[in-house]
Write a new protein. Structure first.
Length: 202
């Protein structure tokens, strides 16, 4: 008689010895992408506490970035697009930007063996937000002082995203690549919609 293994449940909070563990740090390049609200600038360190790796008590701000334009789209609009066709008006409310930090970033790499090394698993980037925020705070406070977290995109784990802490000071550069409904972005948006089978209303 076969038995079904129990559901794993939520991820446990960070282990007590996390400050003593060596973090799986990775230095990454200086070209990132971001899809953001048309009325807000591309470089915005949020303290709302509503996103996955936000500080649970607003102790620091977090900027969410993507390694490529497709990841920026799917991480920002994937939840909406997976439920119903998007409209051109919805696309017009978002802009794409190329974002460059003032220096290469030292990120906690959660894209491979680093997850097990710190006592976590894939639930950290795909499970409950409340626990992920506890981990974010613990990693922010780690003696290694990482710049943020590199993790697989929730809607497409083959892509890479980053949550950058506001301790990264200096001049951030952002090149506006236009609204998502602009002619220059039609090919990109079309490729992403086709890739994931999302619909678009005219």
């Amino acid at each position: 008689m076969s038995t079904v293994p129990p559901e794993p449940g939520p991820l446990s909070p960070p282990p007590d010895d996390l400050p003593a563990r060596a973090l799986p740090l990775r230095v990454v390049g200086s070209r990132w992408y971001r899809v953001h609200g048309a009325r807000r600038g591309a470089v915005f360190f949020g303290r709302t506490g509503g996103n996955r790796f936000d500080a649970p008590g607003g102790q620091f701000g977090v900027l969410y970035l993507a390694a490529d334009p497709a990841c920026a789209f799917i991480e920002t609009l994937g939840r909406t697009a997976s439920r119903r066709p998007m409209s051109l008006r919805e696309l017009s409310l978002h802009r794409m930007a190329l974002v460059q930090p003032p220096r290469p970033l030292r990120l906690v790499d959660l894209t491979g063996a680093g997850l097990a090394r710190i006592g976590a698993d894939a639930r950290l980037f795909a499970g409950e937000h409340a626990v992920a925020r506890q981990w974010s705070l613990a990693l922010f406070l780690h003696p290694a002082a990482p710049d943020g977290i590199l993790y697989p995109a929730r809607h497409d784990p083959s892509l890479r995203a980053a949550a950058v802490f506001d301790r990264v000071k200096g001049r951030w550069r952002a090149k506006d690549l236009g609204r998502l409904d602009d002619a220059g972005n039609r090919a990109l948006v079309g490729e992403v919609l086709d890739r994931y089978g999302f619909g678009l209303l005219g």
